[in-house]
Design a binder for this molecule. Structure first.
Ligand code: FES
Length: 191
């Protein structure tokens, strides 16, 4: 049994902003049911001020995935798109009074859905850096995602990467590759 905070339990049992927005101005869809978690985020946006008027979600996943989605919508409603983009996965976890370490990937999924929705609204694909190499085939996690999540959250170990992205949490074949990526980040940051 996971050690969930009261806020996580509350957001799971009585999530805010569940459902769809008909003719939404933006939709962000991340994860996959095959991999265990999926989140579809809908935004209603005031085009003049770029303010998020409404945010709703449909999530397939565990209690922390649903709680993280609910927290995300509460955090971004009323914000401009640029303000919303400054919401981090740690902000989502903090809003819930914390998440079990092994469930931090749920907060990352929320942050990714937000980015995907805003990119969808702006008509631009998410920034590609040319390294969209899939490192973890079990969970379809790219090198870009591992690098970004590691740097944003100051992650140092493969277990931490697994907690935040799920990469490495299946067959384990990608673990040595994840170690190499972590090492290259350390080298990069020490320059
Ligand atoms: S390839 Fe990453 S856990 Fe299987």
């Amino acid at each position: 049994m996971w050690d969930y905070t009261d806020k996580v339990k509350e957001a799971f049992l009585r999530p805010k902003n569940v459902g769809e927005i008909k003719n939404a101005d933006a939709i962000g869809e991340v994860g996959s049911i095959v991999c265990g978690d999926a989140l579809k985020l809908y935004l209603r946006i005031d085009r003049e001020t770029e303010t998020i008027l409404d945010a709703r979600f449909q999530t397939f996943g565990c209690a922390s995935a649903i709680a993280s989605s609910s927290a995300l919508t509460e955090l971004i409603k009323g914000k401009t798109l640029d303000e919303a983009l400054s919401v981090t996965n740690q902000d989502i976890a903090d809003f819930l009074g914390g998440l079990p370490a092994q469930k931090m990937h749920c907060s990352v999924m929320g942050r990714e859905a937000l980015e995907a929705a805003i990119a969808n609204y702006r008509g631009a694909p998410l920034l590609k850096t040319g390294t969209e190499r899939v490192v973890c085939k079990c969970f379809d996690v790219t090198e870009d995602k591992i690098r970004r999540v590691a740097m944003e959250n100051h992650l140092k170990t493969v277990d931490e990467i697994t907690n935040f992205t799920k990469a490495g949490g299946g067959c384990g074949e990608c673990k040595s590759e994840i170690e190499k990526i972590l090492l290259s980040i350390v080298i990069q940051e020490s320059r």
